[in-house]
Design a protein around this ligand. Structure first.
Ligand SMILES: Nc1nc2c(ncn2[C@@H]2O[C@H](COP(=O)(O)OP(=O)(O)OP(=O)(O)O)[C@@H](O)[C@H]2O)c(=O)[nH]1
Ligand SMILES: [Mg+2]
Length: 458
């Protein structure tokens, strides 16, 4: 039985769960039913005073326990051994006082990214174990206590109820590595990548799933100078990607001055969401060179977190996922915006067209790739091999000649590389046929942009 003291204004379910935790502790430790504890809710100032008075520590802590009865771990608690300590009114043995600071627990729940219910139950269980003789001064004892605590809370399903879900938008200059990062985080190729600038032209959704979380990432076109109508559309894509997102990842690269990049980027960000600043491509620079710049950046940047990563090698991407999870909203039920087996919002036709564009970007020099758009005109899945027909648009006749190459060599290379990548994607043999076409100045042509699906609906 718990006797509550003090104002906590806690949800009824939390109070019920505390009773369950208490009963479970007794059940797991084979304690008799006629025992009780006092649970006192206090303010941060009160727990600080108690810490000062009883532990000589000037700090606000989460929970304190004061045993009245000496109980030894592993020793069965028998009421007859404590006959003179039993309360004559209710015939129960008081194990001790637990003092809990709800405000501190609220802060910790936020820090750990889980519910207040889970945090309070955890703290209470921890304190109950102290009253039952457990402690964590020696590492060996700590192991035993932590295991028992997990066993009790797991049995009540308290640790497993939380689910995290939300939207995360990746922003940054062109070529910073945004598409490489989304592919790394999702574990699938959702966006094409190339060393050329302005590779990504529209927002692409990539979905990360695990047992307790779904993160919907949005890759965006990189910030770059405007020259044609397509650039205006790309700007609109970036703007819409910042609406209704929980977190923005701001990507800069370790290869250029950090503070300058940050200042340029932050000016363009409109989202009011949490901000995580990522310094990408750390595999390409020496840490000693980066470190002083990082120190300057930390002083300058007004963001929630800063993290150096390599999207290419995956370095620190696990840390990034944990960081993201910390800031995402928590649900007490499974909350998925997309089915668990979906990893992008784009269909196969679109992904095939993008693969062809990626290979063209990789194989062609300079200006031509930016004027290329690929459209899959036919996709016959029922045939073996799968038949795919695609038009490759460029802006001028002389560009067409370059894309075709001498004796059709270039288009053959683009086609072979694309076919192999598409076969990996669809897991089947493919026959790919490419047709090079000219659409003069299409990047400045509203109609053509609309036909290519590159106009943002307002
Ligand atoms: N060395 C190194 N290269 C990287 C890293 N991340 C990305 N790159 C390379 O940087 C280039 C640009 O990568 P993308 O992912 O296409 O960049 P982006 O930000 O999506 O570019 P846009 O779509 O044009 O905005 C590619 O050649 C990548 O392989 C990294 O962590 N390390
Ligand atoms: Mg990109």
């Amino acid at each position: 039985m718990i006797e509550f003291f003090g104002e906590a204004q806690l949800d009824k379910t939390i109070l019920q769960n505390l009773n369950l935790v208490e009963q479970q502790v007794y059940a797991f430790l084979h304690a008799p039913k006629s025992v009780k504890v006092n649970l006192k809710f206090v303010t941060p100032q009160e727990i600080r005073t108690l810490n000062k008075q009883t532990r000589n520590i000037d700090r606000i802590t989460d929970v304190l326990s004061y045993p009245y009865t000496e109980v030894k771990v592993g020793q069965k608690l028998k009421l007859k051994d404590y006959a003179c300590d039993i309360d004559p009114f209710d015939h129960k043995l008081l194990l001790g006082d637990i003092v809990l600071c709800v405000d501190r627990a609220k802060e910790q729940a936020k820090e750990y990214g889980h519910s207040l219910n889970r945090e309070i139950c955890f703290l209470f269980c921890h304190a109950m174990l102290h009253l039952m003789g457990y402690d964590h001064i020696e590492p060996e004892d700590e192991k035993i206590m932590t295991a028992k605590q997990a066993e009790i809370l797991n049995s009540l399903n308290i640790t497993r109820t939380s689910f995290k879900a939300g939207f995360v938008t990746i922003l940054g200059e062109t070529n910073a590595g945004k598409s490489t990062l989304i592919n790394q985080l999702v574990g699938e190729k959702v966006a094409i990548v190339s060393p050329k600038t302005q590779t990504t032209r529209e927002n692409i959704t990539g979905i990360y799933n695990d047992k307790a979380c779904q993160i919907v990432f949005l890759d965006t076109p990189g910030y770059h100078k405007r020259a044609t109508k397509i650039d205006d559309e790309m700007d609109k894509q970036i703007a819409t990607a910042q609406e209704d997102t929980e977190i923005v990842l701001l990507l800069i690269t370790a290869k250029k001055p950090l503070v300058e990049q940050y200042n340029n980027l932050i000016k363009k960000v409109t989202a009011t969401a949490k901000k995580i600043l990522l310094i990408n491509k750390i595999d390409e620079v020496k840490y000693e060179k980066l470190y002083p710049q990082l120190a300057l950046l930390s002083a300058e940047a007004k963001v929630d977190e800063i993290l150096p990563i390599s999207a290419l090698t995956g370095k620190n991407c696990d840390v990034l996922l944990d960081m993201i999870k910390k800031y995402l909203p928590e649900y007490d039920h499974e909350m998925r915006y997309y089915p668990v087996d979906e990893y992008t919002d784009k269909n196969l036709r679109h992904m095939c067209a993008e693969i062809v564009r990626e290979k063209a970007l990789l194989l062609l020099d300079d200006e031509i790739p930016h004027g290329i758009q690929v459209v899959v005109t036919d996709y016959r899945e029922s045939e073996t091999p799968i038949q795919i027909f695609a038009d490759v648009y460029c802006e001028r006749e002389n560009h067409k000649a370059i894309i075709l190459g001498k004796n059709g060599d270039m288009i053959k290379q683009i086609s072979t590389k694309s076919r192999l990548a598409i076969e990996r994607l669809v897991g089947a043999k493919v026959n790919l046929q490419l047709f090079v076409k000219v659409k003069p100045n299409w990047r400045n042509d509203e109609r053509a942009l609309k036909d290519f699906g590159l106009v943002v609906e307002e």
